[in-house]
Write a protein that binds this ligand. Structure first.
Ligand code: ADE
Length: 464
């Protein structure tokens, strides 16, 4: 580290390196305004562009910026310079959970507390359409009150183990936590894959070692594929039963998060935490809740440090949440802002097939050539030459949840003025019945909603 502290946008002082991956480095940071600790993840933009996952990252980050949960490392803000992206995050002072396990297996009650917190965090994100896909020790942190904080939700596209070719590479990161269907690249359900990883975490917490391990990597894959593991003698029967349902190699029959929550072993933790909470409350009548946040699946709980976590209402993400963060959604800081505005977005509460058929109808009505492109893009092209050739627009649909999407319309050819007119006079009226809200117009419809996170445009890039 240099002698002079590095300062980011005159607001954060960058400190020691906390961790490092293929795409990113995480530094300790200090807010110069509030003098509080943060963790700053610095991502190399070029590497992210190369893997072609920027859209997925943008979409998931837009969700994570408003999704708050006591067991998820909060993303405070996103900033960018020409070459770097900065995620300013909550600092988890207690370090990695697995440093604890490295000292020896955990007691059943302690393991259960962390498992409950993990499941609650995962469930919360799944309900918002975000899957982690890379639950592993490095992503499980602790705060100063020994509460679990899952990091990197929404950044799964940057998982270290995934490379440009989409293959899992084992040189960086272990496949030990990865579900068999992910290893076999059979196309997988993110929720079921996360559930498997939670099962591996639970095993490790209670056993102090991995369920699937072999010095020969192929043998390890084979063990994962067959769910070939053995519980140590001290595992209670209820845990064995639960683990056998979670570590089911068939994702279709693998237990769901809801069912895990209903299991007797899981529920035991809720009961005892409630008791602890009740006792604490009776001791400190009127004082803020100091119990763990285990057992609260909603984000309106109390964090370990006693601060009330702000609940984003309504509990499920709505278009206004996202669109009011429109600056957040396009993360314009990540990219060079185009003053000619070649793109626009709208939120829509329809399923993808309904949106696609509407876009096709619109194309036909406006006499546009409609074609499907790779990655689910719909391409709409005028038939007549304009001032700068034919106006061409790509429509891209981003799923937030099954019946809630963001649609981006982006001009890729032709004159911007002609495109703006086509948008204003043709496309917008034609899409009227499926659009819930257009980007930038949400204020008129929902006046109270304030952007939850400030969008910052850094003026200068710090020295790396
Ligand atoms: N290492 C990686 N992310 C971190 C965070 N948010 N807090 C503390 N250490 C970390």
């Amino acid at each position: 580290m240099e002698n002079k502290p590095r300062v980011l946008t005159q607001r954060y002082e960058l400190g020691r390196l906390l961790g490092q991956g293929t795409f990113a480095k995480v530094y300790y940071g200090r807010s110069l305004v509030g003098n509080h600790s943060v963790a700053i993840k610095v991502i190399d933009k070029e590497k992210v562009f190369k893997v072609g996952l920027m859209d997925q990252i943008k979409r998931e980050i837009s969700v994570m910026r408003i999704a708050r949960h006591p067991n998820i490392v909060q993303l405070y803000e996103v900033m960018a310079t020409k070459s770097k992206i900065y995620f300013v995050m909550e600092y988890a002072k207690g370090g990695e959970l697995f440093d604890k396990v490295a000292k020896g297996k955990l007691k059943e009650d302690v393991a259960r507390k962390y498992f409950i917190q993990l499941i609650n965090a995962v469930d919360f994100c799944h309900s918002r359409g975000v899957y982690h896909r890379d639950i592993k020790p490095e992503n499980l942190l602790l705060d100063e009150n020994e509460n679990l904080k899952v990091s990197d939700f929404g950044l799964s596209a940057l998982a270290d183990s995934k490379h440009q070719d989409g293959l899992l590479h084992t040189t960086c990161g272990t496949p030990a936590y990865v579900a068999p269907e992910v290893i076999n690249r059979r196309g997988y359900d993110g929720a079921k894959a996360d559930t498997w990883s939670c099962g591996v975490v639970l095993f490790v917490l209670l056993a102090g070692y991995l369920p699937f391990h072999d010095s020969n990597l192929m043998e390890m894959y084979r063990k994962i594929g067959r769910a070939d593991f053995r519980c140590p003698s001290w595992f209670p029967t209820e845990v064995r039963r639960l683990l056998s349902k979670i570590l089911d190699p068939n994702p279709c029959t693998r237990i769901s998060i809801d069912k895990i929550k209903e299991s007797s072993w899981f529920r035991k933790g809720l009961i005892s935490n409630k008791q602890v909470k009740a006792e604490a409350e009776s001791k400190v009548a009127g004082a803020s809740d100091m119990s763990t946040s285990a057992g609260s699946s909603e984000c309106s709980g109390v964090t370990g440090d006693g601060n009330l976590v702000q609940q984003v209402k309504p509990p499920s993400l709505n278009a206004f949440d996202i669109i009011s963060l429109s600056a957040g959604f396009d993360l314009s800081g990540l990219f060079e802002v185009d003053p000619r505005k070649r793109e626009t977005r709208f939120a829509c509460r329809q399923t993808a097939p309904v949106i696609i058929s509407k876009l096709v109808d619109m194309g036909e009505r406006l006499r546009l050539k409609v074609s499907k492109k790779e990655g689910g893009l719909l391409r709409l092209e005028g038939l007549k030459e304009g001032r700068k050739g034919v106006v061409g627009v790509d429509a891209e649909i981003f799923e937030v949840s099954r019946s809630f999407h963001l649609v981006e319309l982006k001009k890729f050819s032709g004159d911007t003025f002609e495109y703006q007119r086509m948008l204003r006079e043709g496309m917008r009226p034609a899409l009227d019945d499926i659009v819930w809200v257009w980007q930038g117009e949400e204020q008129q419809q929902q006046q109270q909603l304030q952007p939850l996170v400030e969008q910052t445009q850094p003026e200068q890039e710090p020295q790396q």
